[in-house]
Design a protein. Structure first.
Length: 723
């Protein structure tokens, strides 16, 4: 029987730390013979590792070596033959092997010049279309101690010549525990990034694998290799597709009783051929309860079976002794209790005291409690109501975050601050009253409270933090008190039912995106000076709104001389639909970018003689303007400054202009007359007058020749005429 031998260098994915070089382990297949192999021929591939012949896969960081095993197999694709299965010819683990297989009657002969694709490990579901291979990275894997699930890790090779190089498609995550008792890990990105599933793999211009998703999976479950669970101190490996987690990774660690969630925040990535490290530290083993003195609980953690504890009076219920004065940090973190009675003598509830008690439905907080720590009730998702004692003066960061079943909560009159994320994700809340002693509402304090329909903020609050009410989807109105001086970035972003907002006189700053993606179409102010002094941006100002001054819609505006401003700032009246005319006081010297952009109903505006610059898109798409007069003092007209003013018939530009920006008057297609009085041709972008028809452009007669010869102007020389 004829035999064709082909040398195959092959290695599994490089399990490296995040700082390791990509593609540390690559493989090479090299043909040693180009003789034709026909049906019935046994074709053999000798397998070695080109980088380290003593192993199949060598892991430099971990010191781990992996050998070929009996039964290892690869898919081989060429021509229209479909998949050929080649199997390792060894009886025990070895660093070198031969892969062999027999060509069938339906297989094309092999002559050494085929377009070959190869995949390890063999899978009947793997396919090839000649340009790529389709493979599946499983989203359920057995995390082998000190290694990986060999059926999960895939390498791909392709060549149109005589050599094949195998490359890793995946990277992954490595993890270990410091304590026993866990048997499953569930890994997923905050934004459901694809990390497993069926993908099509091709090669980029550098010959490296890239993939496109066919049917993606956004999570991977890694099971312990046996009933005893993950062994403390040992590394385990999960295979995953390369991905970028823009907002972190979440990991659920699971045993027979509880699930604990840990979050790795920040911009994280899984790189091809790279394994990133995760370490989960659990301060106490399961079922162990620590306490130090009869009057103080120092540590109750991970109690899946409360009924076995001496304080318990039933499964999921715990009773504490009357002489207790303090509940320390992490005291009941991730416990499965359903209710608890806190003795009257308790004065403080510590950091994360009831964190993750997802079955807790009710709890009383005694009147003597003066402090509730950060994260105290974080993730108590079954808690429907809670009383906060009058002596509490601060709602700390994350204190009631993700208590999704809370339908009501009282904030005592003595509270002076509401911390970051304090009520974030409390989607069951429908209304909230913020008392007058509160001076600050923290970052993301009520973010994602999708059930809130009304919020009463009393006088006293001076700042509303960034994302404070972001995605309060049911909120239809809110009154911002006169004491507020700042509204943070994205404070009301995504409040899609919010149709109106008031801006108090004392407000000096509004963060980017504060009203982004809302339904606000009415804005109420009591002082025009307040409006003018705010530094607006595209994503700060509401979209397509009507402006009301002291309850009266602002249509015809005369800026009084009492407003001591020399500029109209960027976006000041952007998309203000109520504005029909505006008179700007003489002291103004500049008009900022987008200052009046998309004021569709603006029909008249005076630009004072003192103005020297008109910013980018300052009046773009003011489709109601019928004429444009730019005074002699203006020296520069910004890019797209009057672009899309489609009703303007007459344009007059004074003698001081020195530059006219890109598309400055583009799409002013109703223009009948254009007059430019500058004797020296201004710097002109060739698109400045694009799509303005064929109307004449009049320039001083003594400068006509100079205009026609000047850059930018020569392109429209046929439209130039002297005056």
């Amino acid at each position: 029987m004829n035999t064709t031998k082909i040398a195959l260098g092959f290695a599994m994915a490089a399990l490296l730390t995040a700082c390791a070089a990509e593609d540390y382990f690559e493989e090479t297949i090299k043909r040693e013979s180009s003789s034709a192999a026909e049906a019935g021929t046994v074709v053999s591939f000798s397998a070695v590792n080109a980088d380290n012949p003593s192993t199949r896969t060598s892991l430099s960081e971990d010191g781990l070596s992996v050998l070929w095993n009996p039964g290892d197999a690869i898919n081989l694709f060429y021509g229209e033959s479909g998949s050929i299965k080649l199997t390792a010819d060894i009886e025990s683990p070895s660093s070198v092997t031969t892969f062999s297989g027999t060509l069938g009657e339906e297989d094309e002969p092999m002559n050494g010049n085929e377009n070959i694709w190869a995949v390890y490990p063999y899978n009947e579901a793997n396919t090839c279309d000649g340009q790529s291979v389709t493979i599946t990275i499983p989203n359920e894997q057995v995390a082998v101690e000190g290694s990986f699930d060999k059926d999960a890790l895939t390498t791909v090779a392709h060549s149109t010549g005589t050599d094949l190089e195998f490359y890793n498609v995946c990277g992954g995550i490595k993890f270990r525990f410091t304590h026993e008792g866990f048997n499953k890990v569930y890994i997923y990105g905050t934004w459901a990034e694809v990390i497993a599933g069926t993908v099509k793999v091709s090669m980029d211009a550098d010959g490296k694998p890239v993939y496109s998703v066919i049917e993606g999976k956004s999570s991977i479950t890694a099971f312990a290799p046996d009933e005893e669970g993950f062994k403390p101190g040992s590394w385990y490996y999960v295979v995953a597709l390369p991905a970028v987690f823009e907002d972190g990774v979440k990991i659920n660690v699971i045993n027979d009783f509880i699930t604990q969630t840990r979050t790795l925040e920040g911009n994280l990535a899984i790189k091809r051929s790279v394994w990133s490290r995760l370490t989960f530290t659990n301060a106490q083993p399961l079922n162990q309860i620590w306490y130090t003195a009869p009057s103080r609980i120092s540590y109750f953690k991970n109690m899946p079976a409360i009924s076995s504890h001496t304080f318990s009076d039933g499964v999921g219920v715990i009773t504490l002794k009357d002489n207790l004065t303090s509940i320390g940090k992490y005291a009941f973190e991730d416990c499965s209790l359903t209710s608890i009675n806190i003795p009257d003598g308790v004065t403080s509830i510590g950091y994360s005291a009831f964190y993750g008690c997802s079955f807790l439905t009710s709890i009383n907080i005694p009147d003597r409690v003066v402090s509730i720590g950060d994260y105290a009730f974080f993730g108590c998702s079954s808690l429907t109501s809670i009383n906060i004692p009058d002596r509490v003066t601060s709602i700390r960061d994350y204190a009631f975050c993700h208590c999704g079943s809370l339908t009501s909560i009282n904030i005592p009159d003595g509270v002076t601050s509401i911390g970051d994320y304090a009520f974030e994700g409390c989607s069951g809340l429908t209304s909230i009253n913020i008392p007058d002693r509160v001076t600050s509402i923290g970052k993301c304090a009520f973010m994602g409270c999708s059930g809130l329909t009304s919020i009463n903020i009393q006088d006293g609050v001076t700042s509303i933090g960034e994302f404070a009410f972001c995605h309060c989807d049911s909120l239809t109105s809110i009154n911002i008190p006169d004491t507020v001086t700042s509204i943070g970035e994205c404070a009301f972003m995504g409040c899609k039912r919010l149709t109106s907002i008031n801006i108090p006189d004392r407000v000096t700053s509004i963060g980017a995106g504060a009203f982004y993606n809302t339904a606000i179409n009415r804005v109420y102010i009591t002082d025009l000076e307040t409006w003018l002094r705010i530094s607006w941006t595209e994503y700060t100002i509401p979209n397509a709104y009507h402006l009301y001054l002291n309850g009266i819609e602002l249509t015809d505006v005369v800026l009084p001389d009492t407003i001591l401003r020399t500029s109209i700032g960027q976006y000041t009246f952007y998309k203000c639909l109520s504005l029909r005319s505006i008179k700007i006081q003489d002291r103004v010297t500049s008009i900022g970018q987008y200052a009046f952009s998309e004021c569709y109903n603006l029909t008249s505006i005076n630009i004072p003689d003192g103005v020297t610059s008109i910013g980018e898109c300052a009046f773009s798409y003011c489709t109601g303007l019928t004429s444009i007069k730019i005074p002699d003092g203006v020296t520069s007209i910004g890019k797209s400054a009057f672009c899309g003013c489609s009703s303007a018939k007459r344009l007059s530009i004074g003698n001081g202009v020195t530059s006219i920006g890109n598309s400055a008057f583009a799409y002013c297609n109703a223009l009948e007359t254009i007059i430019i009085l500058a004797t020296t041709p201004p710097t002109l972008d060739s698109s400045a007058f694009s799509n303005t028809g064929t109307c004449k452009i009049y320039v001083p007669s003594i400068s006509l020749s100079a205009y026609k010869a000047a850059s930018g102007w020569r392109n429209i020389a046929d439209r130039l005429s002297g005056i």
